[in-house]
Design a protein around this ligand. Structure first.
Ligand SMILES: *Cc1c(COP(=O)(O)O)cnc(C)c1O
Length: 381
């Protein structure tokens, strides 16, 4: 069956008592046994819950994995995945990964004895050069945020496979609708389901999807041991959201493409970043790797930084906010908001300036979005 059909149906039918067409929420911490050793597959909700299991089945299917664990947040999913490693291991990752992941890798995990190299992963030769004897994992996040640089997943996984290293891809930005890391060779895909998978800005959640049953088992064991799994209520909402993932992603990317094409020609825009643009320097890799380009774009505005407040204030539809992937369009300045923790030096090195503006393109009518941005440009003269 095809993606849209599976996203609507897979894992959903858990209620055999009343044949509900949606998955009930099982808000229970514990499950009673019929007698010693006999229960109906669940004993305690941290370990397993039918509502969460429905979402896990669905997400594993959409990513093409053997199993999944749904976590309380995206960071909980990432923390769980890192526990496949132990003290003394080394990880190679990008220097432009999500800020929360960067903090975990740069500050928290090193205290537990795990080492990280942050490199420019857009050239696989850099990844090869960063390998050490104790390298155990390559952590990919593509496209990058906010400049939409692309890492070659298949080429990076080929380097890892030769040496038996684990490969993980944070697939939050594109979702399995637009990119399938496990098919391209990754062992694991992770998500902040907070973003497109739930898609309605009303849940924080995460997920880890494993290609093999062995990794899926290990991830379940780790999540239970660490206490990272998500709540049944959040799983219910996310399962509701994921049923419309295909149609939402199609509209997100149609709208983003229209905005990107328009922004690229706008006299007040210096540069537009979107994987669907012909002008993207990695056009050929994108054609091989993506089955869609998602709804995230950025642009460098041609205006002094002091004028940005006027630009944002003139917008009626776009909300000035961090986060992404919801039905409503959001806009922000990575320099002072989502990426501020990188510090001025780090921001400059990665090509982010105060003029860089990031947009999460929502599901509104694209003409309304273009008219709204034009109001912003008019306000800065
Ligand atoms: C938001 C995000 C995360 C973290 O997810 P939370 O749900 O906020 O914990 C991780 N990776 C990427 C790419 C994200 O955008």
């Amino acid at each position: 069956m095809r993606f849209e059909t599976r996203s609507v149906h897979t894992g959903v039918y858990k209620d055999t008592t009343f044949n509900s067409v949606t998955t009930p929420i099982y808000p229970t911490s514990t499950f009673y046994f019929d007698r010693i050793g006999v229960h109906k597959g669940y004993d305690y909700t941290r370990t397993g819950n039918p509502t969460r299991a429905a979402l896990e089945e669905n997400l594993a299917d959409l990513e093409g994995g053997a199993g999944a664990v749904v976590c309380a947040t995206g960071m909980a999913a990432i923390t769980t995945t890192l526990h496949l490693l132990q003290a003394g291991d080394h990880v190679i990752t990008g220097n432009d990964i999500y800020g929360g992941t960067y903090r975990l890798f740069d500050d928290l995990m090193p205290r537990m004895g795990i080492e990280f190299s942050f490199i420019d992963m857009t050239d696989p030769a850099n990844t090869e050069a960063a390998l050490r004897d104790n390298t155990k994992m390559i952590w990919i996040e593509t496209p990058s945020n906010p400049l939409l640089n692309i890492v070659d997943i298949a080429a990076t996984c080929a380097i890892a496979k030769q040496r038996g290293l684990l490969t993980v891809c944070d697939n939050t930005f594109l979702t399995p609708y637009c990119q399938r890391p496990l098919d391209l060779g990754c062992d694991l895909a992770v998500h902040s389901t907070t973003k497109y998978l739930n898609g309605h800005s009303d849940v924080v959640g995460g997920a880890v999807i494993a290609k093999t049953p062995e990794h899926a088992e290990r991830i379940k064991y780790l999540a239970n041991g660490l206490g990272t799994p998500g709540s049944p209520f959040d799983a219910f909402l996310t399962l509701r959201g994921v049923k419309t993932l295909g149609p939402r992603m199609r509209t997100h990317q149609e709208n983003a493409q229209q905005l990107a094409d328009w922004l690229e020609k706008h006299p007040r825009v210096q540069k537009t970043y979107y994987p669907g643009l012909e002008s993207h320097p990695q056009r050929e890799l994108i054609a091989r790797q993506h089955t869609g380009h998602g709804g995230m774009l950025s642009f460098d505005i041609d205006a002094p930084a002091e004028k940005l407040d006027d630009f944002f204030a003139a917008l009626d539809i776009f909300l000035l906010a961090e986060s992404l992937g919801g039905v409503e369009s959001l806009i922000e300045q990575p320099w002072s908001m989502s990426h501020a923790s990188m510090g001025e030096q780090g921001l400059k090195e990665s090509g982010i300036t105060p003029q860089t503006i990031r947009v999460s393109v929502g599901l509104e009518h694209p003409d309304d979005l273009i008219e709204d941005l034009e109001r912003g440009f008019k306000a800065i003269g």
